[in-house]
Design a binder for this molecule. Structure first.
Ligand code: ZN
Length: 207
């Protein structure tokens, strides 16, 4: 029912070519093998590289497009381990006010609605600007500890998997993982829509 209301309020349209039907059409981004990116302590799986139609989709997501979040969640769902506890990387409070939607959380919720997985929304929160004051711009860009655990994760057996939109340096995901580990949770994997670089030897997306 909610899905139908959302479809009515936000009719799906491809972020790359505007075709009606889904937030990212099969012509602009055909089904393909996922790509991998290995970070210091995390293994990331993603739909592809941050370019072309996938880049268009992520920009639309950042602008609050729920139809795009639904389609990206549909495509990422099969990459989630069975029973996964999905922890979305949170957006800042300011961005949430501006956009009206946390796109990464919307993707994680879509995955949880489709797959045997749960979304632990708002487990992590980004520290506010106040916490960043006194740090230089350089320090802010590279600082660890930009997140805190806002609620305990349920005592479930499912593997904890972080979810993000685009992985560039991987510093944000590592920061989130360190926050979770600091609270005693094990985490070794992440799902992302796109990665800026893939592992050497990993299959590159066909264009
Ligand atoms: Zn398209």
């Amino acid at each position: 029912m909610l899905e139908r209301i959302l479809e009515f309020v936000f009719p799906a349209q491809c972020a790359a070519c505007d075709a009606a039907g889904s937030g990212l059409c099969a012509r602009c981004f055909p089904a393909r093998d996922p790509v991998s990116r290995t970070l210091p302590t995390l293994r990331v799986r993603a739909l592809g590289r941050y370019e072309g139609a996938l880049r268009d989709a992520i920009l639309a997501l950042k602008n609050g497009r729920r139809d795009v979040a639904r389609e990206l969640g549909r495509r990422l769902g099969p990459l989630a381990p069975g029973g996964a506890q999905l922890v979305p990387v949170p957006t800042s409070a300011r961005r949430l006010r501006e956009r009206g939607m946390d796109g990464v959380r919307a993707i994680a919720e879509e995955i949880a609605a489709r797959e045997p997985a749960t979304c632990v929304a708002a487990a992590l929160v980004q520290l506010g600007d106040a916490a960043q004051q006194g740090r230089s711009r350089e320090e802010r860009l590279h600082a660890r500890g930009r997140f805190r655990l806002a609620r305990a994760l349920p005592h479930a057996t499912g593997e904890i998997v972080l979810v993000d939109d685009v992985v560039t340096t991987g510093a944000t995901l590592e920061d989130c993982a360190a926050t979770l580990r600091g609270a005693g949770y094990a985490v070794a994997r992440a799902l992302a829509v796109a990665v800026a670089e893939t592992d050497v030897g990993a299959p590159l997306p066909k264009q």
